[in-house]
Design a protein around this ligand. Structure first.
Ligand code: CP3
Length: 325
């Protein structure tokens, strides 16, 4: 994740001339950036170059992605009126560039690696919409959730419906898997996750059940409520480094696949130590079908592309005997 991000010199060069959202809205440029990591790093899948906030513009939200900060919302959601004003996303007319880019990337990749489409999960998007920018303590989100449940549920319902439409449109355009990013959900207690979040993520996964592509459920800091996350749905569960992957998989059950769970900071370690961390994860996964080796969260801007390529090579070599290709 964030595999095309700022640590990649080829990406940085394009970013010197174009804003993140401008790259997303230019299908040719977007396709180029999306296919870069598979070419440069040798990873086994490409993820669409987009941002979880991109489709929000189609719902009437004014936003920017600010350098060194992240998404910033012009008029944060505070009440029933502002939540009610959100329009339902009509993907073909609101985000035609994403769908065009998917078709272009599929041609560029030519079947070499699968393409992952994605959206933000209702909670994580709601947190940006309410806080107005990235936060550490989520006080505005939680206070709206507790004090104004009517607005909370209205907002979550709208986001669930629009993100379902967004993911379905990406599937129709040709992505091979979809990932729902609930990056900040780990700030909640298991009970709050159950009451305020689960029904909405569940609705998205249910709606995509017959879509024919694997559905990846991503979260960080979720080791306290993996069982609840499983109830919400998905075919693959992403776990971060705060829980050993074998323990997480046992709790989730072997009927689902798992993705993870190297600490992104491990890329900053000496290569031999990095390899030992990776080897530990592979050992815990025991070559069981359904393990996707990945980072527990996004690549850090400080990472070196050479080290990442070396890590990819190490994982390939260590798992060669069980590889399908
Ligand atoms: O691999 C890829 O690079 C795919 C593209 C991608 C972006 N955002 C582009 C982007 C993906 C998959 C995302 C998802 C995303 N965006 C998430 C969910 C995944 C996660 O990381 O938890 C979230 C929470 C966001 C919101 C967001 N966008 C943040 C918090 C930031 C700032 C983070 C940072 O590292 O600076 C962004 C900006 C952003 N979105 C960048 C990229 C490549 C970096 C900005 C830049 O290039 O200047």
């Amino acid at each position: 994740m964030r595999q095309a991000g700022r640590y990649l010199p080829e990406y940085r060069k394009i970013r010197e001339k174009h804003e993140v959202l401008a790259i997303c809205k230019d299908p040719e440029l977007c396709a180029k950036v999306t296919s870069m990591p598979a070419q440069i790093l040798g990873v086994d899948a490409a993820i669409m170059f987009a941002d979880i906030m991109l489709p929000l513009e189609g719902m009437g939200v004014k936003l920017k992605i600010e350098e060194g900060i992240g998404p910033v919302i012009k008029e944060p959601i505070t009440d029933n009126r502002s939540a009610g004003a959100l329009e339902k996303l009509d993907a073909p007319s609101d985000v035609p560039f994403v769908l065009d880019a998917i078709r272009l990337v599929k041609k560029l990749l030519d079947g070499r690696v699968p393409l992952i489409g994605f959206s933000g999960a209702p909670f994580t998007i709601a947190s940006y919409l309410i806080e107005g920018r990235p936060t550490r303590d989520f006080t505005k989100v939680k206070s709206l959730m507790y004090r104004n449940p009517k607005t909370w549920h209205l907002l979550m319902e709208k986001l669930a419906d629009s993100m379902t439409a967004y993911l379905q449109a990406q599937i129709d355009a040709g992505v091979d898997a979809v990932q729902l990013f609930d990056s900040w959900v780990g700030c909640l207690s298991p009970q709050d996750y159950h009451n305020y979040v689960l029904p909405y993520s569940q609705r998205i996964f249910k709606n995509l059940e017959g879509s024919g592509v694997p559905r990846i459920h991503f979260g960080t800091g979720t080791s306290n409520f993996l069982e609840e996350m499983k109830l919400a749905g998905g075919d693959v569960f992403s776990v971060d480094w705060r829980v050993p992957i074998d323990a997480a998989w046992r709790r989730l059950g072997y009927d689902v696949a798992v993705q993870g769970n190297l600490d992104p900071a491990a890329i900053l370690a000496d290569v031999e130590l990095l390899k030992s961390f990776a080897a530990d994860i592979l050992e815990r996964a025991k070559g069981r079908a359904g393990h996707i080796f990945n980072l527990g969260h996004g690549m850090l801007p400080e990472a070196s592309a050479e080290t990442v390529a070396e890590l990819v090579k190490f994982v390939h070599e260590s798992t060669r005997s069980s590889q399908v290709r």
